[in-house]
Ligand binder design. Sequence first.
Ligand code: ADP
Length: 162
Amino acid sequence: MKETIAVYPGSFDPITNGHIDIIERSLKFIDRIVIAVTDNPHKKPLFELNKRISIIKNIFKKSTSVEVEIFNGLLVDYLKKKNIFLIIRGLREVSDFNYEFQIVLTNRKFLSRLETIFLMPREEYLFLSSSIIKEIASMNGDVKKFVPEIVAKELKNIYKNR
Ligand code: ADP
């Protein structure tokens, strides 16, 4: 039987419970998900790429349905190389929609067979973003409710040395 595989691209700087919610939701209808972690040149990342990857690998170490990879360059080129034509993205508020809409239409111009599935997280995570988490953590706030334990620890480590 043919497996359904999708790519979930993003910066994951760091991964939050909102991202994890989307991953778990997608695994209800696909067999495997490849989390493709990128260095977005427009965002100055807090965590190095390899750190972001190792954190995600640690979180999903027991799951055989989740893979983690680095991707550089154009997403469409990466997808062609992997022979995967399905993307998973999360949708939170209206502002996500405008951006995502543009990306879908642009990607489609390069790779017409590409489809993107948008999933909405549970309500508690609708306003959650990696940037908000970094902001809270930088001010010594408690992020335990919004990120896995390993992420909370790593954030503490970073900000205690600043
Ligand atoms: P990018 O730089 O591609 O925006 P992010 O790591 O910020 O990378 O986001 C990756 C994907 O995860 C995007 O589709 C984003 O909308 C989604 N996402 C991020 N946070 C949440 C959340 N709290 N709930 C649902 N989706 C989310």
